[in-house]
Design a protein around this ligand. Structure first.
Ligand code: DSN
Length: 436
C-alpha cells in the first residue's frame, strides 16, 4: 500500500498509516462518516485529478475534455437513475461539498436580504440553514423553526411561522434529527405561502436511495389531476459522503421546468436548473474536481446494487436496535428513539457534558461527536448531548447483535473509571469487523 508515497514522503505516508490504524481500531459512531470502497478510493486518486474542465459537458473553456465530459454525464445519468427521476429534473454534480451546494442554491434563487426559513442549528439544522455565523445568516433574513421540547418537528408551528413571515425559500433537512421528515407536509406549506422548497437530504441520501426514508422528490402514488406525480421539492441538495458512502462531494437536483427571472439578462426567464448551474460555475467555483466526479459516479453505481438496499435497511435496523439497548441502560434519547441512522443522547441525567462524554469515549476507542440537544442551555462547544449513528458500523458488517454490545460498551465507558477491559473488548470487536 502507498509504495510511492512511502518513498517520496515518508512523513505523510506514516500519517496515512496512522489514520488507517486509528480507523481500524476504533468504532466510528459519527453519523455523517462512512467507509468508502476501494473502487471509490481509486477513482479519487486517478489521473482525472490532473485536468481542468471549467464549464459544463460539451461547453468547456479548455481543450482535452472529451473524457471529463463523459465522466460528468455518466455521473449525472446515474444520479437521476438512482433516485428514479424523469426529464423534468436536472442535476449539477460539480459543487465541491454540501455548503457550496447550498450556497449555490441561495445565490441562484434569492437576493441578499430575502427571507428564508430553516431549522435552527440548536434543533438539528445545518450551519447553511441560516446560522448567524454562516453566509446564510449573514446575507439573508432568516426565520428559524425549532423542534418541540420532546425533539419533534411541529408542522402546524412551521405553517404558522411561514404564513406570518412569507419566506421566499423553506429548507427542510437536518444534521441531527432522528426522525422521519415529512416532505409532503413541507411541500404543502411551501406551496401555500409561495416559497421554494429546498430539501437538504445530505444525512439521509443513502436511506432515500435504499427506500428506507420517504423521497423528497415526489410523493409516490399521490397523483395530480393531470396524471403527474405530486412534486414535492423544487431543489434537493445532498453530500455524497454520508449514508450514500461515496467521496466528499455534492449533488444539486433541481426542476428544469420551473422558471424564474434571470439575474443576468433583464426581463428574461431561466429554469431553476440553469440558474443553479450558473451559480455553481462561474458564480462560485472554477474548475470541477473531475476525479471527485468520477468517484461520485462509482458510488452511485454501487448504490444501485441490491446489496445497497440491504445496507440502507440494515443501517436503520441497527440504529433502532442500538437505541433500544441504550434505553434499557437508562440513557435518555431525544424524541425517545430514532427512525433513521442517528440518535441524540441527552446526558443531563448523567452528570456529564457532551465534551466530557466525547473525550472519555475516545479514550476507550469509540468515536462520537458532542452535540446540542433541543433547547440546550449549554454552548455548542460543550453542549448537553452526543450524536451517534450506525452507517459506518453497518458498512463493517455489524448487525443488531453487535448493537447490543456497542450499547454496553458505551455504558461501561461512561460509567467506569478504569477503561482497560472496555478498551480490549472494543479492540476485539474492531478486529472481528475489519474496515478493509
Ligand atoms: N458536518 C456534517 C455533519 O457531521 O453532520 C454536516 O455537514
Amino acid at each position: 500500500m502507498n509504495i510511492y508515497l512511502k518513498k517520496s514522503d515518508p512523513h505523510i505516508a506514516k500519517l496515512v498509516a496512522a489514520e488507517t490504524k486509528r480507523q481500524s481500531e476504533t468504532l466510528d459512531l459519527i453519523p455523517s462518516e462512512n467507509i468508502v470502497s476501494d473502487a471509490v478510493l481509486e477513482a479519487v486518486g486517478s489521473v482525472l485529478i490532473n485536468k481542468y474542465s471549467e464549464g459544463y459537458p460539451r461547453k468547456r473553456y479548455y481543450a482535452g475534455n472529451g473524457v471529463a465530459d463523459d465522466v460528468e454525464m455518466l455521473c449525472q445519468e446515474r444520479a437521476k437513475k438512482l433516485f428514479e427521476l424523469g426529464d423534468e429534473w436536472s442535476v449539477n454534480v460539480q459543487a465541491l461539498s454540501g455548503s457550496p451546494a447550498n450556497m449555490a442554491v441561495y445565490f441562484a434563487l434569492l437576493k441578499p436580504g430575502d427571507t428564508v426559513m430553516g431549522m435552527a442549528l440548536s434543533s438539528g439544522g445545518h450551519l447553511t440553514h441560516g446560522s448567524p455565523v454562516n453566509f446564510s445568516g449573514k446575507l439573508f433574513r432568516i426565520v428559524s423553526y425549532d423542534v418541540t421540547a420532546k425533539g419533534f418537528l411541529d408542522y402546524d408551528q412551521i405553517r404558522k411561522i411561514a404564513r406570518k413571515e412569507k419566506p421566499k425559500m423553506i429548507i427542510a433537512g437536518a444534521t441531527a434529527y432522528p426522525r422521519i421528515i415529512d416532505f409532503e407536509k413541507f411541500a404543502d406549506i411551501a406551496r401555500e405561502v409561495g416559497a421554494f422548497l429546498i430539501v437538504d437530504m445530505a444525512h439521509i441520501a443513502g436511506l432515500v436511495a435504499s427506500g428506507s426514508h420517504p423521497s423528497p422528490f415526489s410523493a409516490k402514488g399521490a397523483r395530480l389531476r393531470n396524471g403527474q406525480e405530486q412534486v414535492l421539492a423544487d431543489v434537493v441538495t445532498t453530500t455524497t459522503h454520508k449514508t450514500l458512502r461515496g467521496p466528499r462531494g455534492a449533488l444539486i437536483f433541481s426542476r428544469n421546468d420551473r422558471m424564474i427571472m434571470s439575474k443576468n439578462k433583464a426581463g428574461a426567464k431561466v429554469s431553476i436548473s440553469r440558474a443553479i448551474d450558473s451559480a455553481v460555475f462561474p458564480g462560485l467555483q472554477g474548475g470541477p474536481h473531475d476525479n471527485q466526479t468520477a468517484a461520485i459516479a462509482v458510488c452511485l453505481s454501487e448504490a444501485m446494487k441490491p446489496t445497497f438496499k440491504t445496507y440502507g435497511k440494515q443501517i436503520v435496523k441497527n440504529a433502532k436496535a442500538l437505541a433500544q439497548h441504550l434505553r434499557k441502560l437508562r440513557f435518555k434519547l431525544v424524541s425517545g428513539g430514532t427512525d433513521n441512522h442517528l440518535m441524540l443522547i441527552d446526558l443531563t441525567n448523567m452528570g456529564l457534558t457532551g465534551k466530557q462524554a466525547q473525550d472519555k469515549l475516545e479514550q476507550a476507542g469509540i468515536i462520537v461527536n458532542r452535540n446540542t440537544i433541543p433547547h440546550d442551555t449549554r454552548s455548542p462547544f460543550d453542549p448537553s448531548g452526543i450524536r451517534i449513528g450506525t452507517p459506518s458500523l453497518t458498512t463493517r458488517g455489524m448487525k443488531e447483535k453487535e448493537m447490543k454490545i456497542v450499547a454496553q460498551l458505551i455504558y461501561e465507558t461512561l460509567a467506569k473509571s478504569n477503561l482497560s477491559g472496555t478498551r480490549k473488548s472494543i479492540g476485539a470487536l474492531c478486529r472481528k469487523f475489519p474496515i478493509v
